[in-house]
Write a protein that binds this ligand. Structure first.
Ligand code: F0G
Length: 371
C-alpha cells in the first residue's frame, strides 16, 4: 500500500491538475482532510444545449445533453470511483472488487491502477462490450468471467462483502453515490437552477438516486429553488422496476443496463415518487434509432445504454403511451438528458456498411463522394 510519500504525490498531482470532483465539491463529500485523493480529473463534463431536441418539445423549452462519456474512462462511473477509491486507500484495504456490466469494471481498474491497489472485476461471461473489457485488461485488473448474468456476479460480490480486506466499489458502496451526485451539482452550477425534468437510463439504479440526492442537497443549501422530475428509462427486455418484478433473464442490446434485479431498486422508486417523475421502457429498436439520431444530428456518439435517455425523450415528446408526456409541460421548461457512456466502448453494437475501395485518383474519388 502507498506510503506517506505516495500520499504527498497524490496531493501534488491533483493540485497540478486542478480538476476532479473531489477538488471541486469536497465540502459535499464524505472525505476528511487526511483522505488521499485518487483522481483522474473526472467530472466537469459538457452540458450541451441541443437545439434540435429543443424544437421537438417546442414552446421555448430548452433541452440539454449532459455528456458523461467524456469522463476519463468514458463513463459517469468515474465520479463515484474517485471517492470510493480515495476512501478505500485511506482505510488501507488490500484490494478492490466489483461486479459489472462493463463500465464500473473499467473505471475501478483505472482508479485502482492509479492508486496502486489490486482490483478484481467479476463479469458476466461474454456479455461485456469489447472496449470496456479492453480497459479492464489494460489497467491490469484481475478479470473473472462467471457463467451467469450481472445479477449473479453482484450476488457473489455481495457475499464477499463480509471480508474486511476487500472494498466493494459497486454503487452499493455509498461513496460511489456520493461522488456521482456531483453531476447534479454541475448542472445547477451551470444553469443557475435545477432543471424541470431530468431523464436518464436506469440499470442497477444507483445513478438516478445519486442525482436525486445531489439535487436535494443543493436545494437544502439554497443553491437552487426547485427539484426536477426524475424520469428513468429501462430497456424493455430488462425492466424490473417498470414491471415491478425481478427479470430472471434480462436481454437487451444495451449491455450496460442488462440487469434484472437492481441493487438500488428501492432508492430509485423513492427518487421517482418524491420527484413525481416516472419510470418507462424503451425497445432495443428505439435505443439504436436514438443512438443514430444523436450521432448524426448532434455530433454526440454514445453507447446504446446511454441512448436510452434520448429514446425516452422522444417517447415523452410523442405522447404515445409514454409514462411521462411533454405535451402539456409549461412553456420554457428545461430538460436535461444524461448520456452515460461513450460510443467507442461498444463498437460491436453496430455494423459498419461495406466500403468498397476505389482506384486512387481524383475522378473515382469524386464519383464515389457523389455530392
Ligand atoms: N449507462 C451506462 C453506460 C452504464 O454503464 C450503466 C450502469 C447505466 C447507464 C445505469 O446506471 O446502474 O446507476 O442505474 N452500469 C453498471 C456497470 C451496472 O457495471 O458498469 P445505474
Amino acid at each position: 500500500m502507498p506510503t506517506e510519500n505516495a500520499r504527498a504525490f497524490f496531493a501534488m498531482s491533483n493540485l497540478e491538475q486542478g480538476r476532479g470532483v473531489i477538488a471541486r465539491y469536497r465540502e459535499f463529500l464524505p472525505l476528511s482532510d487526511s483522505t488521499p485523493v485518487v483522481s483522474l480529473g473526472e467530472g466537469n463534463t459538457p452540458l450541451i444545449y441541443a437545439a434540435k431536441l429543443s424544437t421537438r418539445v417546442g414552446r421555448d423549452c430548452q433541452v440539454f445533453v449532459k455528456n458523461e462519456g467524456l469522463n476519463p474512462t468514458g463513463s459517469f462511473k468515474d465520479r463515484g470511483m474517485t471517492v470510493a477509491v480515495s476512501r478505500a486507500l485511506e482505510r488501507k484495504v488490500r484490494a478492490l472488487i466489483c461486479a459489472s456490466t462493463g463500465n464500473t469494471s473499467a473505471s475501478a481498474a483505472a482508479y485502482a491502477a492509479r492508486a496502486g491497489v489490486p482490483c478484481a472485476v467479476i463479469l458476466p461471461a461474454g456479455k461485456i462490450a469489447t472496449g470496456k473489457l479492453l480497459q479492464a485488461f489494460m489497467h491490469d485488473a484481475r478479470i473473472i468471467a462467471v457463467e451467469g448474468n450481472f445479477d449473479d456476479a453482484l450476488r457473489i460480490v455481495r457475499e464477499l462483502a463480509a471480508r474486511d480486506d476487500l472494498v466493494i466499489v459497486n454503487s452499493i458502496n455509498p461513496d460511489r453515490i456520493a461522488g456521482q451526485k456531483t453531476a447534479a451539482f454541475e448542472i445547477v452550477d451551470l444553469l443557475g437552477d435545477a432543471p424541470d425534468f431530468h431523464l436518464l437510463p436506469v440499470g442497477n439504479a444507483g445513478n438516478i438516486f445519486a442525482y436525486w440526492t445531489g439535487y436535494n442537497q443543493y436545494l437544502a443549501r439554497q443553491k437552487s429553488t426547485k427539484l426536477p422530475a426524475m424520469v428513468g428509462f429501462q430497456a424493455a427486455g430488462a425492466a424490473p422496476i417498470f414491471y415491478n418484478r425481478v427479470v430472471e433473464n434480462p436481454e437487451t442490446i444495451a449491455s450496460a443496463i442488462r440487469i434484472g434485479n437492481p441493487a438500488s431498486w428501492k432508492q430509485a422508486r423513492t427518487a421517482i415518487e418524491e420527484s413525481r417523475g416516472a419510470i418507462d421502457i424503451v425497445s432495443d429498436e428505439e435505443i439504436l434509432a436514438a443512438q443514430d439520431w444523436l450521432a448524426r444530428n448532434e455530433g454526440i456518439f454514445v453507447e446504446p445504454a446511454s441512448a436510452a435517455s434520448i429514446a425516452g425523450f422522444f417517447k415523452c415528446c410523442g405522447g404515445k403511451k409514454a409514462a411521462y408526456s411533454f405535451e402539456k409541460i409549461p412553456a420554457g421548461s428545461r430538460i436535461v438528458c444524461t448520456v452515460t457512456g461513450h460510443g467507442l466502448k461498444d463498437p460491436d453494437a453496430r455494423k459498419i456498411d461495406n466500403i468498397p475501395p476505389v482506384p486512387a485518383n481524383i475522378d473515382n474519388v469524386l464519383r464515389a463522394i457523389g455530392f
